[in-house]
Design a binder for this molecule. Sequence first.
Ligand SMILES: O=P(O)(O)OC[C@H]1O[C@](O)(CO)[C@@H](O)[C@@H]1O
Length: 233
Amino acid sequence: MEFLLDTVHIPDIEKYNAIIPLSGVTSNPTICKKEGHFEFFDHMCQIRHILGPDKSLHVQVVGQTAEAMIADAHMILKEIDDQVFIKVPTNEAGLTAIKQLKHEGVHITATAIYTEFQGLLAIQAGADYIAPYYNRMANMNIDAAAVVQAFANAINANQANTKILAASFHNVAQVTTALACGAQAVTMGVDILKSGLGMPAIGQAVADFTQDWEENFGAHQTVASLPTETPQI
Ligand SMILES: O=P(O)(O)OC[C@H]1O[C@](O)(CO)[C@@H](O)[C@@H]1O
């Protein structure tokens, strides 16, 4: 199971890298736009530095033709590093580029996936990850859970090495459903993490435990500050 962050905001990446079992970072041009204008390669190199070599960094091409996508990919690999997962939209130009880049040994994340048809073609083209757009599918009245399940079945049946990196989440339930349906990885915005870990019920439970502890052992006493039988050396 892999949890990725769907942001290029460096303070958030630093913060959540320390909090969650983070497997990597995904980005796309819309996510970059939210950050405002920045030095693209320098910024992505900073993110790589935070992640280290073992966590995955996914960076998207913007060329419209296969040739332009491949040129974008080569530039990303040259300016960041050769382990970046190149995100390629799953359309005609993108599939052409994916086949060529896989031939070169490049790591690929096939993105902009709304249908089983796109995902199955990307799996067969050798994509390392496929990124189905969970909430966008739901908004189109497509059963996103069933699509993820179909990808998991196809990967198993074909013994493919592709992993499902489910994306475009708008709530915690979508994330856990995608994982339950067979996604090996999910990428989430910070908003999802905040709502999932900052629920009032969790805060109330912690406050209740604190109150019960303090009533029993004394205010401001923690487990670590209790007197012990062990002689201090
Ligand atoms: O629907 P949204 O929130 O724009 O999300 C689109 C998704 O596509 C991706 O580009 C796929 O990796 C993610 O970065 C993002 O989660």
